[in-house]
Design a protein around this ligand. Structure first.
Ligand code: ATP
Ligand code: SF4
Ligand code: MG
Length: 341
């Protein structure tokens, strides 16, 4: 955890979720055939709710976000499943209609913000273009809105910064510009993919605070993708643990941290750095996430799991174990897990 004090969004769940994802699967096409990288992912996010999606590198988090935004190249990927936003299945919309949804109803803050901005244009020009792509406003009105947005994301002297190029800005500032872009048209849903990875702890706290405020004040639903459970603990009310393309645990964040139900989540929790770790080696889950082309049969976490037994050689289903709690581990109830807090 980073010791910052970001205020989490509202923990209460409204009746109708802003986003409902059902059985999302993503396949990458290759000359050797299709490889599945995301398998049967289902979840909901309510208005004003932030849901964390956590897992190590290669677990399928970004691919899930990009699939929901419909930003994966259809020549190289195939997406299955349904994703309802405002009552419509956005995975089934014609591309022309999806272009209107993207930006206006949902937007994404990308993992690599610095590269997402065009170095050739000022940030102001890029913001004005984004606004005018979705709203019927004059250049002058869009310019005022852009400056207002730069101010809203905490950029000092926004009118001056409006005329600057990305290379004149720090990483933290560019990340805020990306958030301003994502907010340009008041979306109902923001997919934030590692929005604070490339910035220092102070800026991270400010960005989390900003996203939290948006969520509470404007009711924006947020899918917060991260490898950092500490950030999820501060910012989200519910979390999904992803492993090797699958959801392996779903829980409210407090419950997840205090009493994880999947050995992988428990490993991620053990790996969170703590103040009393000084002088001790940080815990690491042994081994690595398997490549999609070499996925083990049965439980995908089995080669790395300290609790694996014969029964783990079978396919594992995501089972509901309590209200709002699901786990993909047949041995979950037999294992004594260590949580925090
Ligand atoms: N364009 C692509 N071509 C081939 N494989 C890809 C492509 N994009 C992603 N993958 C594979 O899909 C899997 C999931 O990748 P993804 O980028 O979603 O992981 P992630 O959880 O976001 O990881 P990170 O924490 O590193 O961002 C990985 O095995 C990755 O190698
Ligand atoms: S099913 Fe078995 S191998 Fe998989 S996480 Fe549970 S105990 Fe470990
Ligand atoms: Mg990623």
């Amino acid at each position: 955890m980073n010791g910052s004090e970001a205020v989490p969004p509202s923990a209460s769940l409204p009746a109708a979720p802003t986003l409902r994802v059902e059985n999302l699967s993503v396949y990458l096409r290759s000359p050797a055939g299709e490889v599945q990288v995301v398998r049967d992912v289902s979840f909901t996010i309510g208005a004003g709710e932030a849901v964390g999606m956590v897992g190590e590198s290669g677990s399928g988090k970004s691919v899930t976000g990009l699939a929901l935004m419909r930003l994966l190249d259809p020549a190289k990927t195939r997406v299955e499943g349904r994703a309802y936003l405002g009552g419509r299945d956005i995975l089934a919309l014609p591309e022309r209609e999806m272009r209107a949804v993207r930006g206006r109803e949902m937007s994404m803050v990308f993992q690599e913000s610095a590269t997402a901005l065009d170095p050739v244009f000022t940030v102001g020009t890029q913001l004005v273009e984004t606004i005018r792509a979705h709203r019927d406003v004059s250049v002058k009105q869009a310019r005022l809105r852009a400056i207002e947005l730069l101010d809203a994301v905490g950029i000092a002297m926004p009118a001056r910064r409006f005329g600057e190029y990305p290379h004149q800005m720090s990483g933290g500032m560019k990340q805020r510009v990306m958030i301003a872009m994502a907010l340009a048209c008041d979306p109902d849903l923001i997919i934030a993919d590692e929005p604070t990875t490339a910035v220092d702890v102070t800026i991270q706290a400010q960005i989390l605070d900003l996203l939290g405020r948006l969520s509470r004040e404007r009711g924006v639903a947020i899918l917060f993708i991260t490898h950092d459970l500490g950030v999820v603990a501060e910012f989200c009310s519910r979390a999904l643990t992803m492993y090797a393309g699958e959801v392996v645990e779903v829980a409210d964040v407090a419950g997840l941290l205090a009493a994880p139900a999947h050995p992988y989540t428990a490993g991620l929790i053990r790996a969170i750095p703590r103040a009393d770790d000084k002088g001790r080696d940080l815990y690491e889950i042994r081994g690595t996430v398997p490549s999609p082309t070499e996925m083990p049969g049965g439980c995908r976490f089995r080669p790395r799991c300290d609790h694996a037994g014969d029964v783990c050689g079978n396919e594992q289903a995501l089972v509901t174990i309590a209200s709002e709690r699901k786990v993909r581990c047949v041995r979950s109830s037999e294992i004594e897990f260590e949580g925090v807090g």
